[in-house]
Design a binder for this molecule. Sequence first.
Ligand code: MLC
Ligand code: AMP
Length: 506
Amino acid sequence: MQPADKGPLNPGTEFDPTGGGLGSLVRSWGVHWNTTPERPCLFFAGDRTIRYGELEAASRRAAGRLHGAGLVPGDRVLISAASSAELVIAHVACLRGGWVVVPANTAYRQAEVAHLVADARPRAAIVDDPQRGRWIRDQDNSIRVLSPDLPLADAPAPELDTASPMDPALIGYTSGTTGQPKGAVLSHANLLASVEALRLAWRWTPMDRLVLALPLFHMHGLGVGLHGTLHAGASAVVLPGFEPNAVFEAIAEHEASLFFGVPTLYHRLVESTRVGEMNRLRLCVSGSAPLPAELHTRFESLTGQQIVERYGMTETVMLASNPVDGERRPGTVGLPLPGVEIRLAGDPAEIEVRGANVFGGYWERPEANAEAFREDGFFRTGDLGRLDDAGYLVISGRARELLISGGYNVYPREVEEALAEHAGITECAVVGTPSAEWGDAITAYLVALPGVEISAEEVRAFLSQRLAPYKHPRLVHCIEALPRNALGKVQKHRLEAGRVLDEESA
Ligand code: MLC
Ligand code: AMP
């Protein structure tokens, strides 16, 4: 599939991944704070509004403080905090100063945080939870741990916005295939190319106002929601978390036009009697996990809105989208975004992608890069795909063992390894059970030592210090033995509905 440089996703001018020669996201944002400093940019709880000019000044001040604390370009800054004005300002400051942002989920437990710290070796960490701060210091006492308001002495800012397009801007951690999470290094050019494609494809203009209820420590909320807003010169209502009534109130109070969510958010919205209020929006977008066709239809019948489903990943930011003008096909992720080449390779066909948005490689992992990239530069997504009769991309499965719960990736092997440390468990397998709310409900099948009873509560308590809660099994089944084939390999497809299926019925 060739990039949709012309066609329903880009009916206008040629796609230019550099945004007209700007080269980096921060320079594109600079256009807005220089030309429209009075334009509202971000709205937060408590009637706090930040205008473009204020974002420039506040991020400059924050960058001065970080510079004064000794940070030099290329230093990594781990950021793990709930959405707030201070968090956004600190993030913008880091990108402006050439410091590389390493976002981390606030649900991570000590071992998960320790891995990120050991791997990325950040110079500073911005966290909103003292315990997370202690875990980081326990790992490396030289890391400067700060709250998002950066309580440091004011100092003159260094020269800002000078990072070159190929300089690293962000390292997003993902397990990709199996094994320990790896950092996907995204350059300033990668981040810019992706939001420029979205600006065109979604007709994102300064008039738009997004309700942003997704966390800012993953690509959806950060690389799409926040970066895209600032690139378009638009505005966003930033909520501290997702709660349906807060979304409806933000839409009404701020006359919002856009909403982005993972399918779980749409699932919860349709349960509300107020869901019809979403009809005021110009565009609702879903991604990060498959949007069930029934949910698409139900949402449309209740709101008159046809959700635009799109597809992306940490390593590539966004790849494909259903059109804003043109047919939106439920069950598909649409057409390649401007500048993105997509091809299907092998049997079963894996989705491979190339474009200015695609990351350059994993942080200090040459062997993983050799596996992830083809010689001609295409990146192997690990997702399986096919084209439907109209040429729309359908994600038909996953080549890697990955579950997605509420929009968060969960790697069964990581959960299995944690469970294997339990003295009463002799073997275990983790699979997904289809769930209307979560997508994949994480499910553990356990074989316990003879005479040992292990409840779901016991499993969750055991994992509580080891894994983020969203990785904990929601369903736990004790069975006598795992089903294996003649070679001894576990047959996960025979684990269903709490039991082991016969080979014939599986
Ligand atoms: C929270 N819980 C989850 C969970 N999120 N369990 C499974 N899966 C999840 N995703 C747990 C909590 O720990 C809690 O456990 C219980 O569920 C109830 O919590 P809650 O209050 O209902 O959850 P809430 O805080 O409302 O969070 C649910 C959610 C959140 C859907 C709002 O998960 C979320 O924001 N998801 C979005 C993820 C996202 O941004 N993904 C983008 C990745 S980027 P207990 O034990 O305490 O009861 C990407 C690329 C791309 O994928 O294409 O976009
Ligand atoms: P992450 O590594 O968290 O960025 O997650 C990326 C993965 O989410 C992709 O490789 C896909 O498997 C999945 N994904 C993202 N968007 C969609 C979608 N619209 N439909 C199905 N899967 C999706």
